[in-house]
Design a protein around this ligand. Structure first.
Ligand SMILES: C[S@@+](CC[C@H](N)C(=O)[O-])C[C@H]1O[C@@H](n2cnc3c(N)ncnc32)[C@H](O)[C@@H]1O
Length: 451
């Protein structure tokens, strides 16, 4: 009979979609951090439930050939790089397998050949955005990342997968907050001022935006803070304050205030310029997002007669990339500031065959159907929760020839693909593109055609 704290020898037989090792013993399935398939370990039993257990590696008896021995384990413990202990080629194979398994288990599709995951040549320091908590640790204001499944801050200066200039701006901001004696947020006591620091940096332009998330409007000595930071970072062209006084895990509250410079930064993707506001979505890995969009455009095989819907359009990055090749693009996005950005971005790039609406994708789709708009191709790029049944049914009712599904969650994509197949569409291509190297997150593009 297994007991808590017992040390047992096990072999790791699989990796979960979140990158935990899986071992089986005495009718229990164990989940173990930092353990890879093929490895034999001495495992300490941490927790036992009905037929599930959690274990911890006490000692490795053998290592996987796919193990990256060089990873600083802080990046695993915080989840910053929760797949960083796996060599990059094995990560790409793991992600392809995740797509195959989701399609087989959730959509019941096993006759599709999932293409190889497109990887990055240098899968480090790729993130153009950071959102880090500010807390007190051992009496000192610190920035870093929470330990996995907790709100305990681990102080970090090098975030491994973030652009290095972003890391430098975070450290400089932290040092100034300390010097100016500004108070970090205390979640338990609901006191203090600085909750989070959010940084965005244009991949091609280098323009930077800093958002200081505070519990209250008043920041003492804010002029000094702005002066010092803009002196040290001449490309810091936008400093914004966001006020979040709620007891919540959401980073941003409702209110944004401009403290310095511009409300937006500009970046480029596939030759177009994009204005990006603080609350707007912008893909965090620009180099790979360009490849993602090119893959979608390749799958769609667009022509001058096409009328295209870009659902979940953000600041318009996808639709504007191909607008000049087609007759018209209709975009829908729920965040008001992002829709305003997409309209400005169309004008900025001399594109006038686009129409953007601020609405939920499901509402807009119904309205377009009622208005008699007949799209030939529909692009969807939903958040993790995927599409709704009503969106899928409305999109099918206008019988587009192709649906290009860009997904950041293979489980919900597989669920939606199943419904599309039941409604007369056939999945013919799937290609994962690695937008999030060294993490377990899987992004892919799928093509469905009218059967
Ligand atoms: C994965 S992002 C894609 C954005 C854009 N296509 C891009 O590549 O940058 C999903 C977008 O959907 C928006 N969104 C979330 N729920 C929505 C809904 N129900 N209707 C319309 N847009 C929604 C989010 O604000 C976000 O901008």
């Amino acid at each position: 009979m297994l007991e808590k704290n017992q040390i047992v020898e096990v072999e790791i037989v699989d990796l979960t979609h979140e990158g935990q090792g899986v071992a089986k013993l005495d009718g229990f399935v164990f989940f173990v951090d930092n353990a890879l398939p093929g490895e034999r370990i001495k495992m300490k039993v941490l927790k036992l439930k009905k037929n599930i257990g959690f274990g911890k590696v006490e000692e490795w008896l053998s290592f996987s050939a796919d193990r990256n021995q060089d990873l600083d384990l802080t990046y695993l413990r915080t989840g910053i790089a929760d797949l960083g202990h796996l060599n990059y080629s094995a990560q790409l194979a793991f992600k392809k397998k995740q797509v195959e398994m989701a399609l087989r288990k959730i959509a019941g599709i096993s006759d599709i050949v999932v293409e190889d995951t497109q990887g990055m040549s240098t899968p480090l320091a790729y993130r153009n955005k950071a959102a880090v908590p500010v807390r007190r640790v051992n009496g000192q204001l610190e920035t870093g990342f929470f330990r996995k499944n907790s709100h305990d801050l681990v102080p970090i200066e090098d975030f491994y997968i973030q652009n290095k200039e972003i890391d430098a701006l975070i450290v400089a901001t932290r040092d100034l907050l300390r010097k100016l004696d500004l108070k970090p947020y205390d979640e338990k006591e609901q006191t203090g001022l600085f909750r989070n620091i959010v940084v965005r940096r244009g991949h091609y332009t280098g323009q930077m935006m800093l958002v200081l998330v505070t519990t209250r409007p008043k920041i003492f000595r804010v002029e000094t803070l702005i002066e010092r930071l803009t002196e040290a970072f001449p490309n810091l062209i936008s400093i914004i304050q966001n006020i979040n006084d709620q007891n919540t895990n959401a980073i941003f509250g409702q209110e944004f205030r401009l403290l310095h410079g511009s409300e937006k930064i500009v970046d480029r993707m596939l030759g177009n310029e994009f204005e990006i506001s603080a609350p707007s979505f912008y893909q965090v890995n620009t180099e790979m997002a360009e490849l993602l969009y090119q893959t979608g455009i390749e799958f769609a095989g667009l022509s001058a007669d096409d009328v295209v819907i870009d659902a979940y359009s953000g600041i318009g990055t996808i639709g504007l990339s191909f607008a000049k090749q087609v007759k018209h693009v209709y975009g829908v996005e729920v965040v008001e500031k992002a829709v305003a950005d997409s309209k400005k971005n169309a004008t900025r790039n001399g594109i006038n065959n686009v129409t953007y609406v601020c609405d939920s994708a499901e509402n807009a789709m119904q309205k377009w159907v009622a208005d008699g708009i007949k799209p030939t191709v529909i692009f969807v790029d939903p958040p993790r929760k995927g599409l709704t049944e009503s969106f899928i049914k409305a999109s099918v009712s206008v019988a587009p020839e192709k649906i290009v599904y860009i997904s950041c969650n293979v489980a919900t994509m597989a669920r939606d693909v199943k419904l599309y197949e039941e409604l007369g569409y056939k999945l013919i291509k799937v290609r994962p593109v690695d937008l999030f190297p060294n993490t377990h997150h899987v992004e892919c593009v799928a093509l469905l055609v009218k059967a």
